[in-house]
Design a binder for this molecule. Structure first.
Ligand SMILES: C[S@@+](CC[C@H](N)C(=O)[O-])C[C@H]1O[C@@H](n2cnc3c(N)ncnc32)[C@H](O)[C@@H]1O
Length: 286
């Protein structure tokens, strides 16, 4: 059986105690509010609470379970095996799995459209570097890998269906794809489209401390739930697409401005508006 299926299914904050949620939040350096004991709060109560808790420095409970690596890391750890062949796409200057964290005998290939980015990675990051476009099939990669990783790359690629089909072809039998990408219908994706790229760089540097050459143009092609579902169902035998509503990180610098955003995000979560998620995790098996 593929290791993919050995990981507990995604459950978000549900079923976790307040202590567990606070402990996870502490580990991320954030504070979350937790639901009152008793019957679950209604939708509007949750929306109001999300806004009211923001100026107090608190985020909704799902931020403890759905942030960045928390849903991704256990899947990645379960997937790693000695001797496996890993392709990290859009790996750029930072491989998803550092050499020290790789099991013995792993072959780790970095793939990126920009060779300069790959060469910026710390020495020893990649056993092999491949410069290429994800949307164009590389015959030399077909059937070569047990695991393909993609971290914050798919939103920069167009067309995404071609890229995902190519990634599928690079996997051997029973291979697995783990991807994490930014959603195209979130608040920051909409702003990213409106603000010209040359202005986005200094803004992101000022508000989020991002180094300008780590800001890449994003297309967000097919980067919403229904589109990803359709493409992954088409390309893979089993695929999970998990919407993650954690866009409040972008507004950490202003808890006051974050309040209406969190109310809006709570509205989206409680209404199951999956197409509006700021992030998606894809876990797919050939
Ligand atoms: C935001 S960076 C992510 C880099 C790395 N995964 C990380 O987490 O730091 C996006 C990367 O995707 C690469 N990229 C963009 N379009 C691509 C394409 N069509 N094919 C392959 N790589 C691409 C960029 O050059 C860049 O290195």
């Amino acid at each position: 059986m593929n290791a993919a299926r050995e990981v507990a299914p995604y459950a978000g904050p549900d079923g976790r105690t307040a202590e567990e949620l606070h402990e996870l939040a502490d580990g991320l350096g954030i504070a979350v509010w937790t639901p009152e004991p008793g019957p679950p709060a209604g939708r509007w109560k949750r929306i109001v609470r999300a806004a009211r808790e923001s100026p107090r420095g608190k985020l909704p409970p799902r931020y403890a379970t759905d942030t960045w690596h928390v849903p991704f890391q256990p899947r990645l750890e379960a997937a790693l095996r000695p001797g496996m062949r890993i392709l990290d796409v859009g790996a750029g200057a930072r491989p998803m799995v550092a050499p020290a964290d790789r099991p013995a005998g792993v072959t780790y290939v970095g793939f990126d459209v920009d060779g300069e980015e790959l060469r910026k990675a710390p020495p020893g990051s990649y056993d092999e570097m491949v410069v290429g476009d994800l949307t164009i099939r590389e015959p030399a990669l077909v059937g070569r890998f047990d695991l393909v990783l993609s971290w914050l790359t798919m939103e920069h690629v167009k067309p995404v269906p071609d890229a995902l089909r190519n990634l599928r072809s690079y996997l051997a039998e029973d291979g697995r794809f783990l991807g994490y990408l930014a959603g195209g219908r979130s608040m920051h994706a909409v702003l990213n489209r409106i603000v010209p790229h040359r202005l986005a760089k200094p803004i992101m540097q000022r508000l989020w401390g991002r180094v300008p050459d780590t800001v890449f143009r994003a297309h967000y092609d097919h980067c919403w739930y229904d589109a990803l579902r359709e493409v992954t169902d088409d390309a893979w035998s089993t695929a999970e697409v998990i919407p993650l509503f954690t866009g409040g990180w972008y507004l950490q610098w202003s808890p006051l401005l974050r309040a209406p955003y969190l109310a809006y995000e709570e509205w989206a979560v409680t209404g199951d508006r999956r197409n509006l998620a700021p992030y998606y995790l894809i876990d797919a098996v050939t």
